[in-house]
Design a protein around this ligand. Structure first.
Ligand code: AKG
Length: 320
């Protein structure tokens, strides 16, 4: 790679005499790698070790910028994390903490350098998504049927395997409807570690108090999401806070021994922008979901119409 000796000066062809000459530092800073779009460069960097990323960041201004991107350090961190995660305010700091690198007098954590003359639509769009609030999103067009006091027969005849339905009121009597809020859960489970959903070589866990502090600090495009199928074993008291509604009592996996049974209950918690990607559940099983707190957006494929139904709702609810 060429060394950045001669940042190419690019004068805007129709610039007025008042306009300052614009430096495009990308070609000189990247050398032959300038041929690759930023998106590809950023993807390649995720395959490097933290040490190589640190070395590469010293090579040129643009490499410095790309190697200090938070999504890169998030990916590095999730890759190397081998113990309980505690977010340190940025993913780079968190990764260094995982590597037992101390921050005091640490070169890599000193005040960030700023360079002009580098514009990247890819980085800009990604950053924009990280700061996008979903408050304004409300897509419920009422195209999913609502029901209350549904009998098992009615559920089987009208909905089961046929169309989605939102059943109101099922969780009204659950203790969880009032106790499964962030504040209440913290009182009892702040030191309990729950599993996170992020794809990673290792199963990553976070103590609830650390997760809540991460939620408040982070600006990730796809934030970490508590997705724990072992919560019943880690925090058995939580199992007393809800019950399986009558219409979902029939469960064919019940015939299996516990150790043969695939995961069947999850505790899910996450900030805005977090979530599961569109998927079919393992073994093509059906699931019921109850939203106890906050707002959640579901996309359900409507096979007869061959396009997805998008729905968001803020009440306790079930989707067939
Ligand atoms: O609620 C979610 O975010 C995902 C739930 C899920 O994976 C499911 O119901 O299959």
């Amino acid at each position: 790679m060429e060394v950045e000796e001669n940042p190419q000066l690019q004068t805007q062809p129709e610039s007025s005499p008042m306009e300052v000459e614009q430096i495009d530092r990308r070609p000189a800073a990247l050398g032959d790698l300038r041929l690759l779009p930023d998106e590809v460069l950023c993807a390649i960097l995720t395959f490097l070790t933290p040490r190589d990323v640190a070395r590469l960041s010293c090579v040129s201004s643009v490499m410095y910028i790309l190697c200090n991107e938070e999504p890169l350090w998030m990916s590095i961190c999730l890759d190397i994390a081998n113990r309980q995660l505690q977010y340190k305010g940025s993913w780079k700091r968190t990764a260094l903490d995982q590597l037992n690198v101390t921050f005091e007098n640490n070169e890599s954590c000193r005040k960030p350098l700023h360079f002009d003359g580098f514009n990247s639509l890819f980085l800009y769009r990604r950053l924009y998504r990280c700061y996008t609030s979903l408050n304004g999103f409300y897509y419920d067009t009422g195209n999913v049927e609502r029901a209350k006091n549904l009998s098992i027969e009615e559920f089987h005849d009208k909905y089961d395997g046929q169309k989605p339905v939102l059943i109101a009121g099922l969780a009204d009597t659950w203790p969880a409807s009032t106790t499964w809020t962030t504040e209440e859960l913290l009182k009892k489970y702040e030191d309990t570690a729950f599993k996170l959903s992020q794809r990673s070589r290792h199963k990553i866990k976070m103590k609830l108090k650390d997760y809540v502090s991460y939620i408040k600090l982070q600006h990730d495009e796809d934030p970490l999401y508590i997705f724990d199928e072992k919560f019943g074993e880690t925090a058995p008291e939580l199992l007393k806070d809800y019950s399986v509604p009558n219409i979902f009592k029939e469960d064919f996996f019940d015939v299996l021994d516990r150790d043969q049974r695939p995961p069947f209950r999850w505790l899910i918690m996450g900030p805005e922008r977090s979530g599961a990607s569109w998927h079919v559940d393992p073994a093509l099983t059906s699931a019921w979901n109850t939203l106890l707190c906050g707002r959640k957006r579901y996309i359900i494929e409507n096979q007869s119409l061959s396009f997805p139904v998008i729905l968001s709702q803020g009440l306790a609810e079930y989707f067939s």
